[in-house]
Design a protein around this ligand. Structure first.
Ligand code: ARG
Length: 566
């Protein structure tokens, strides 16, 4: 990994700069222009100390250190930077040392002994998941994978919205009209139909609202009959969710819905009272914040005594910390809930919990569809499933046109389509909105998931054609610009994965996979592989296999399907 070389440089610089090697290592960066070298160290602050112009300081150090750092073949001073070129043979050796153990690629022990509870997907029962949940699911799963790769222990929780007065209405509707519906097919659709029916009937007959409320009260008081219906609603919903989760390969460790905290809410109120944080306001119980926080008060209990979303999140956070022993609490939820999480975390802070600082709302923007058909739909929300289905439909059509004889067409169409949607989502900096331009998303030669998948399929077919064992020993030096650039990219994988996790941004890894694919393509176009002199052929095939391994590991971390043919 690239750290090996950073360390060599940092150690050599340490006496000259009078700084620890660790500190120097952290400041070493990748030059903006690769022609300048592989690694760079900015000398600006040193120049300030010495009261000398930065280029002069860089030149002096370059002269002093040239030839003295192990595995560094060139040191150049370029304006205020010291630029280092890694010795080509050393670079190659390090790449093939690392890819020997493909399962360890990108992994570190950074998070060892620390536990993360990550809350992601978390749909509201009895409603189909919309594209917001698609984002929460896709980004959440990749952050979970990244955390695991960094040695953290992870508990992934599906915090489903399974409580509230709407369940009284639904239970009543199930009780009275349930027999009219066949829940064995498309159960979610039936639930939505029931709910819509309840509301339209309630417009005609106001008594219904009262019956719904009464049914919810009975549910709250533990009426076994109603509880059975409520559980059915959850069951039906999960039949739907699980189908989508299976398509996407989403994995939670626990489903702990909002209702789980029902018997833990009084405790939250007591903790707040003990700290005298809770106040009456217009009949409701709230926590006020300092003026400087510029936040409306956090509602704890409504005037009718009903608890609310925030109270459940307070109970959930306390549970995650105290019972599940989380060191870090992550919440994958759209940015429209930013205020909610700011309030919840601030209340935890006011309660005196220093771990409030370990709670992170990992927010994200919205989907925006250029294609009018998807965006209007009479103002209705766009469903998770519609997006996936549309992608599958488009990819199937593309395969039919371009490669109609492909084996297992259907399976591959699904893998490519899901890869396309997942990758497209993750490629965007999550805080921004995602533009949906379908042609770009599924294009094979653009910045797309299928492009990355296709690069890997190319590696596979080369290996198949080569049809010999690939050895990483006794390789000849691959010194061309394309080969060196490709190997240098591989060398950065580890850094990219750790960095991606540290700031909870899978787009860094997605971007990297595009760069790797692009560099592979240049190598493939420039360097003859099969049919070359056997030693060169063997070496280049080793490089193909190295790329294959990194691409696989990268796609696994992003939770993309990895098709074997396309
Ligand atoms: N069920 C909520 C929604 O769909 C998301 C829940 C997120 N998690 C949480 N702990 N509040 O909007």
């Amino acid at each position: 990994m690239i750290d090996v070389f950073k360390r060599e440089i940092a150690q050599a610089l340490s006496p000259a700069l009078n700084k620890s090697a660790d500190e120097i290592s952290r400041l070493i960066e990748k030059p903006k222009i690769l022609d300048h070298g592989h690694l760079a160290y900015p000398v600006f602050s040193l120049a300030k100390e010495k009261r000398m112009p930065p280029p002069a300081v860089a030149a002096e150090l370059a002269q002093q250190l040239t030839g003295k750092i192990k595995n560094i073949s060139e040191i150049n001073a370029v304006s205020g930077f010291l630029n280092f070129k890694i010795d080509p043979q050393a670079l190659q050796n390090e790449v093939f040392r690392e890819v020997q153990q493909p399962e360890k690629l990108g992994r570190t022990e950074e998070g060892k002994g620390r536990r993360i509870v990550i809350d992601f997907s978390s749909p509201n029962v009895a409603k189909p998941m919309h594209v917001g949940h698609l984002r929460a699911t896709v980004i959440g799963q990749s952050i979970k994978n990244l955390a695991l790769s960094q040695g953290y222990e992870v508990i992934a929780v599906n915090h489903i919205g399974d409580w509230g007065s709407q369940f009284g209405k639904l239970a009543w509707a199930m009780q009275n009209w349930g027999a009219d519906y066949d829940f064995s097919v498309e159960p979610m659709k039936k639930l939505v139909e029931l709910y819509v029916r309840f509301h339209s009937e309630a417009e005609k007959d106001p008594e219904l609202e009262k019956k719904g409320a009464e049914t919810f009260r009975n549910l709250e008081q533990g009426d076994a009959e109603i509880e059975k219906l409520w559980k059915k609603v959850i069951d039906y919903s999960f039949k739907d969710y699980n189908r989508l989760y299976a398509l996407l390969g989403t994995q939670h460790d626990a489903v702990i819905g909002e209702s789980f905290y029902n018997d833990k809410l009084d405790d939250v109120v007591q903790r707040l009272e003990k700290k005298q944080l809770i106040k009456e306001s217009e009949g409701a119980q709230v926590v006020f914040f300092e003026e400087t926080e510029k936040m409306p008060p956090c509602l704890i209990k409504k005037s009718d005594g009903a608890s609310i979303y925030a109270t459940r999140d307070l109970a959930a956070a306390i549970y995650r910390k105290e019972v599940q022993k989380a060191d870090v609490l992550l919440y994958l939820v759209g940015q429209e809930q930013s205020l909610h999480f700011k309030q919840v975390f601030k209340v935890l802070d006011l309660l005196g919990y220093d771990w409030a600082k370990d709670c992170h709302h990992i927010s994200f923007g919205l989907y925006q569809f250029k294609d009018g058909k998807m965006s209007t739909r009479q103002g209705r929300v766009i469903l998770f499933e519609d997006v996936i289905n549309k992608a599958i439909e488009m990819v199937s059509k593309m395969i039919e046109e371009k490669n109609p004889d492909l084996e297992e067409k259907e399976k591959i169409a699904k893998e490519v389509a899901i890869g396309a949607v997942v990758f497209h989502d993750l490629l965007n900096d999550r805080v921004k909105n995602v533009e949906f331009d379908w042609d770009r998303i599924i294009s094979l030669d653009g910045d797309s998931g299928p492009y990355v998948q296709y690069t890997r399929v190319r590696c596979q077919s080369l290996m198949k054609k080569y049809n010999k064992n690939i050895s990483f020993e006794n390789l000849s030096l691959m010194g061309s610009l394309e080969e060196q650039r490709l190997m240098f990219t591989i060398l950065q994988f580890q850094d990219v994965v750790s960095g991606s996790y540290r700031i909870f941004k899978p787009n860094i890894l997605a971007q990297y996979l595009l760069e790797l694919s692009g560099n592979f393509s240049s190598f493939y176009n420039k360097c003859r592989i099969l049919g070359e002199d056997p030693k060169v052929e063997q070496s280049r095939m080793a490089l193909v296999s190295a790329v294959d391994r990194v691409l696989i590991q990268g796609m696994k971390l992003l939770n993309m399907p990895i098709p074997n043919a396309m």
